[in-house]
Ligand binder design. Structure first.
Ligand code: HEM
Length: 444
């Protein structure tokens, strides 16, 4: 039995004093608090409200896995996001979530993903057509479009025209931007309502729903077998033999756009920046790709055997996890390591801090992909880029396969050079890269 412990508390005055700095980039503020207070501390963010910040990997494992039944997601995902994207996998809870996860999971199995690799690769190559050699360019917009196109093409093959795709991307990004505004300036909530800004964005997402309904109905009427994600979702059956209702299907598609787009483009952009700063790893990936190509042209072989490329991506997501916080709220009171948490406590796990914890990692702030040479599994109790437990990212393999193809294709055609020797980030809902300027030199 562990002794009772008080949770160190950072007062409201300190939160207010640093509020501008926190709005710009909260990570240094949190880091300082962790250094001063320890791996668990409470931050007062109002007279009655507080958030518990955690960089204890065992605590994360306990909440996300061992005792996950006592925890739900916070209102950000289960209410604020719902008004735009509806109740799908990412945003639902309880029995509804369980039923949806069981239904959708098979579409993301490795075997099933094999059918999508060709479309993923084609979408990637199309985007790489935008790269101009020997000029400094911002790689983020290209990789951002790439990540959206990849999800759309995996869902619909060629069923969506470019105009629809552009509109869907625009709407997804606008809704996300609006949500960021609401979360960062909660005190302006009344104004966002009164000025009609929220309503405008809900209308936009309704327009996206209409586009998606048309695409789905055309597919239903066509009898075409495309073997894409949409086919999988249309053919999936609940235990009672029924298929998904149309509204639910549309919600799930909107959620896949939201969850699968920004996270992947962030991870890819930062990986390219790190590779530009560490050209020896570009050479290693290039050599690996040459060796694999001489054995087989099969894309499944490429994505499962590109070990060096995988290590680089894993290390990039250790240093810059796109989902840099994971939040949970406890249903019933709970105790961890002698610390008591009353029901309804807001727990925020800093994946960013856990991934750089000096007690867990050698040279935690250095880019050392070789630490993953035995795979990420070795670190499964302290490495959570895709979350953990039953709510772990359903698109985990999809994202890794997509990113391996994207990195390997780019490195096999170009050498990347950095414009700056630092990596700048803007932590919003996800950890977004900033100033990702690189120069591309065509390989012979
Ligand atoms: C590098 C890319 C990605 C990262 C880092 C990432 C990260 C995550 C994380 C951390 C969670 C768990 C959140 C929590 O427990 O609160 C999650 C959930 C989810 N992700 Fe991803 N994700 C990525 C790509 C994708 C892709 C490509 C898709 C789909 C095409 C996707 C779909 C989802 C969905 C639907 C959920 C909710 C799962 C559930 O609650 O059952 N993600 N993701």
């Amino acid at each position: 039995m562990s002794l009772k412990q008080n949770i160190p508390t950072v007062p409201l005055s300190r939160f207010i004093k640093h509020s501008l700095e926190i709005l710009k980039n909260p990570l240094p503020f949190h880091h300082k608090n962790f250094e001063e207070q320890g791996d668990v501390f409470k931050l007062k963010i109002g007279f009655k409200n507080s958030v518990v910040f955690i960089r204890d990997a065992a605590f994360a494992e306990y909440v996300l896995q061992k005792n996950q039944k006592n925890y739900t997601k916070s209102k950000i995902q289960t209410e604020d996001l719902v008004k735009y994207v509806g109740k799908g996998l990412l945003t639902s809870e309880g029995e509804h979530w369980k039923k949806q996860r069981k239904l959708i999971q098979p579409a993301f199995h490795k075997k099933q993903l094999a059918n999508l690799l060709e479309s993923i690769k084609n979408a990637i190559l199309l985007e790489y057509g935008k790269i101009t050699s020997n000029e400094v360019i911002d790689i983020f917009p290209i990789l951002n479009d790439l990540a959206f196109q990849t999800v759309v093409k995996s869902l619909f093959s060629s069923a969506a025209n470019q105009e629809d795709i552009n509109r869907l991307q625009y709407i997804t990004e606008q809704a996300q931007k609006m949500l960021v505004k609401e979360l960062r300036q909660p005190y302006l909530g009344w104004w966002f309502n009164l000025s009609g800004e929220i309503e405008k964005h809900i209308e936009l997402t309704n327009e996206a729903r209409q586009i998606l309904k048309r695409i789905v109905n055309e597919r239903r009427a066509s009898n075409i077998k495309a073997d894409d994600l949409l086919d999988m979702l249309l053919e999936a059956r609940y235990d009672d033999g029924n298929a998904m209702e149309e509204e639910q299907l549309i919600d799930e598609i909107l959620i896949l756009f939201t969850a699968g787009h920004e996270t992947t483009s962030n991870a890819l952009t930062i990986t390219m920046q790190l590779l530009a700063l560490h050209p020896e790893w570009q050479d290693k990936i290039y050599e690996e790709r040459l060796a694999l190509k001489s054995e087989s042209d099969d894309l499944m072989d490429l994505v499962t055997k590109s070990k060096v490329c995988q290590q680089v991506l894993e290390e990039a997501m250790r240093l810059y996890p796109p989902a840099y916080f994971i939040d949970r709220v406890n249903k019933a009171p709970d105790t961890f390591n002698g610390m008591d948490f009353e029901a309804g406590s807001n727990l925020l796990f800093s994946v960013y801090e856990i991934h750089r914890h000096p007690k867990l990692w050698d040279q935690p702030n250095e880019f050392l992909p070789e630490r993953f040479n035995e795979g990420g599994r070795k670190f499964s109790s302290q490495y959570f880029p895709f979350g953990a437990g039953p709510r772990k990212c359903i698109g985990n393999n999809f994202a890794m396969f997509e990113m391996i193809i994207a990195v390997s294709e780019l490195v096999s055609n170009y050498k990347m050079h950095p414009e700056f020797n630092t990596i700048d980030i803007t932590p919003l809902i996800t950890l977004k890269p900033k100033n990702a300027f690189l120069k591309f030199e065509k390989r012979n």
